[in-house]
Design a protein around this ligand. Structure first.
Ligand SMILES: Nc1ncnc2c1ncn2[C@@H]1O[C@H](COP(=O)(O)OP(=O)(O)O)[C@@H](O)[C@H]1O
Ligand SMILES: [Mg+2]
Length: 234
């Protein structure tokens, strides 16, 4: 479904992504894990068109998208829940959700998307009139993901959902991501938390200093000696 080939991202003289190739097949949930500063967000932002890669190819459903504008990439079927959430703090939950309804052809389509988002996140429905700022961290993260679902994506990119959340709330959010995948939405999930990635995803890539250094099925990566020692503290 998604194929990233030989991606390079530079910010001035800094090479944030040196050479990244990865793929996500339909109905998979794929992880991109690695330490802070490794280049995860740069990869995610390149896919959604917020960062312009200096080299490489990104194709989605057999079409090159690396030169498209973000809104066209969203219409093509990719959505992103950004790192740091970037909600509209003084808009209500429902208003934030409607901001994500890019490309909806009708009010009916928007209503259907709202119902879908609320079916996955019933807590957001209970709080739909509250302003985003008044939500807990976990609820804000749910709202970020729900807003991304409003554009009816085929592929959902989620960047660092565990940021600032307790272990208990993190595991709830990751569980909800699995249920989104069960609804037929393919997911690429970037997070520093290797344990969560390995427990949630089908396959994963480990990125360090802008390069993919390991990849494979998560059940195999869990047995990898370096990953165990460096990332799982075993
Ligand atoms: N807008 C930017 N300008 C300059 N350097 C940046 C910018 N964004 C990220 N970087 C640098 O690029 C590298 C990769 O960052 P990032 O993609 O955010 O990694 P991660 O998401 O894995 O933490 C880091 O060294 C970071 O400091
Ligand atoms: Mg990041």
């Amino acid at each position: 479904m998604l194929e990233v080939q030989d991606l390079e991202v530079r910010y001035g003289r800094i090479g944030a992504v040196v050479d990244v190739s990865l793929r996500v097949d339909k109905d998979e949930i794929v992880g991109l894990m690695g330490p802070n500063g490794a280049g995860k967000s740069s990869v995610i932002k390149s896919i959604i068109g917020l960062v312009k890669p200096t080299r490489g190819r990104i194709s989605f459903m057999n079409k090159d998208i690396q030169d498209l504008a973000t809104e066209d990439i969203i219409v093509a079927g990719i959505a992103m829940a950004p790192e740091g959430r970037e909600l509209f703090p003084y808009l209500t939950v429902e208003e934030n959700l409607l901001m994500g309804a890019i490309g909806s052809r009708s009010w009916k389509a928007r209503e259907d998307r709202l119902e879908f988002a609320y079916s996955i996140f019933p807590r957001l429905k209970e709080r739909k009139k509250q302003i985003a700022k008044s939500l807990s961290g976990g609820e804000q993260q749910m709202l970020t993901i729900a807003r991304a679902l409003m554009s009816d994506p085929k592929l959902l990119l989620v960047d660092e959902p565990s940021l600032g959340l307790s272990p208990k709330v993190t595991s709830l959010v990751f569980k909800l991501l699995k249920s989104i995948r069960e609804e037929g939405i393919t997911i690429l999930l970037a997070d520093q938390n290797a344990r969560r990635i390995l427990d949630t995803c089908d396959r994963a890539y480990l990125i360090e200093n802008g390069r993919i250094v390991k990849e494979g099925r998560t059940e195999d990566l869990k047995e990898d000696k370096t990953i165990k020692e460096v990332y799982l503290g075993l």
